[in-house]
Design a protein. Structure first.
Length: 307
C-alpha cells in the first residue's frame, strides 16, 4: 500500500513550524503500524482518500518498524523500548516535527518509549548503542483524530452526496486513548461532541450509550479468547440495546475484536469514521473497503440504498 507523495524529501520540510501549523492543507507525516498494512488496510485506504479530498499529502515514516505492541513489552521491556525508540530516531533523522499515529496501541507504545528515553538517560544509552543515535525529544507524537481541522471537516461536510440515512451507530473509542492518560497525554473528551456532530453531518444517527470506552480485551484475544468473547458480548449487547445497527471505531484492534470475537451476541458491522466519509462522499473504491469486513455490512447498506 503506497502513501501519497509529492516527490520532495522529508528533510526539505524541516522548518521551525510544523507543516500542520504552517499550511491550510499540510503534508501529514504518519506512522502506519503493522495493522495498517494487514488487517486494517481498509482504514489506511480510506484515510488516504480522505487526505486527497482535502488536498493534503500523506507521507509515511521511511523505514519504520513494528512498535512492539503489545507482546514485546510483556516479554522484554528493553527490546520493546528499542523497537519503539528506533522509530522516534528515524523521525528525527527525517526532520519530522509532528508524527501522527493511527493505531491507539502503537500510540501508547511510542509515547511510553518517548517518556522513558527522556526521563532515563541509561535507556537512551541502550538506544544509542543499538541504532547509533540518541533520541533528542524533538518529535511531537499525535493521534490521528487530531489531524482534522474545522476547515477540513467543512470540506467533508460539503462533499456529502450520499447521506447515510438509516445507519444508527454508537461511537466506540476503546480504552487505550484514555488510559493511562499520563502516558498518552491524549484526552478524547474534546473530540467526542465534535465527532458526534460530524458523523451526524454524514447522515448517521448517533446513539447515546455508556460503553464507548470499555475495553474490548485487546491482545488478550490471543491468550485469553474466552475472556475477550465475554467483553465483546457485553459491549455489543449494549449497542444493540440502544438500537444500533452499526458501530463506529477508531482503533484497528478494537474493530477486529468487535467483528471477530463474541459468542453470545449478534455481530454488528463496525465502520471506521474514514469509511463513513468515503461512503457519504462517494470516494473511489469504497465498496472495495467494505468487502474486507469480517461482518459484511453490504446487506445493511443495501437495505438503506447506500451502496
Amino acid at each position: 500500500m503506497k502513501s501519497v507523495r509529492s516527490g520532495r524529501s522529508v528533510m526539505e520540510k524541516n522548518e521551525k513550524k510544523s507543516d500542520l501549523e504552517a499550511t491550510p492543507h499540510p503534508r501529514i507525516y504518519y506512522y502506519p503500524g503493522c495493522s495498517l498494512m494487514s488487517t486494517a488496510r481498509d482504514l489506511g485506504d480510506s484515510l488516504f482518500q480522505m487526505a486527497r479530498l482535502v488536498g493534503s499529502w500523506l507521507e509515511e515514516l521511511n523505514d519504520w518498524n513494528c512498535c512492539g505492541a503489545s507482546p514485546a513489552h510483556s516479554v522484554n521491556q528493553n527490546y520493546a523500548l528499542l523497537l519503539a525508540g528506533r522509530n522516534l530516531v528515524l523521525a528525527e533523522r527525517q526532520g519530522i516535527r509532528d508524527l501522527f499515529v493511527i493505531c491507539p496501541s502503537c500510540f501508547v507504545r511510542l509515547r511510553t518509549a518517548e517518556k522513558t528515553l527522556i526521563a532515563e538517560p541509561d535507556k537512551n544509552d541502550l538506544l544509542e548503542e543499538a541504532v547509533g543515535k540518541r533520541y533528542q525529544g524533538s518529535v511531537r507524537l499525535r493521534f490521528f483524530l487530531e489531524v482534522g481541522s474545522a476547515s477540513q471537516m467543512n470540506v467533508f461536510r460539503e462533499a456529502v452526496i450520499n447521506p447515510l440515512k438509516g445507519l444508527k451507530g454508537v461511537l466506540y473509542f476503546g480504552c487505550l486513548l484514555t488510559r493511562p492518560e499520563w502516558i498518552t497525554g491524549f484526552d478524547v473528551l474534546p473530540y467526542e461532541d465534535e465527532l458526534r456532530s460530524f458523523v451526524e453531518a454524514l447522515g448517521v444517527e448517533t446513539l447515546d450509550w455508556g460503553y464507548g470506552k470499555q475495553c474490548c480485551g485487546a491482545h488478550l484475544a490471543l491468550t485469553k479468547p474466552d475472556h475477550v468473547d465475554t467483553l465483546v458480548d457485553r459491549i455489543r449487547d449494549h449497542a444493540r440495546r440502544v438500537g444500533a445497527n452499526c458501530m463506529i471505531s477508531f482503533c484497528p484492534l478494537c474493530q477486529v475484536n468487535m467483528e471477530l470475537r463474541g459468542k453470545n451476541s449478534e455481530p454488528l458491522p463496525v465502520f471506521y469514521v474514514s469509511e463513513l466519509i468515503g461512503m457519504a462522499c462517494r470516494l473511489p473504491r469504497t465498496e472495495k473497503w467494505i468487502r474486507k469486513h469480517l461482518v459484511d455490512p453490504r446487506e445493511l447498506l443495501a437495505e438503506h440504498n447506500l451502496l
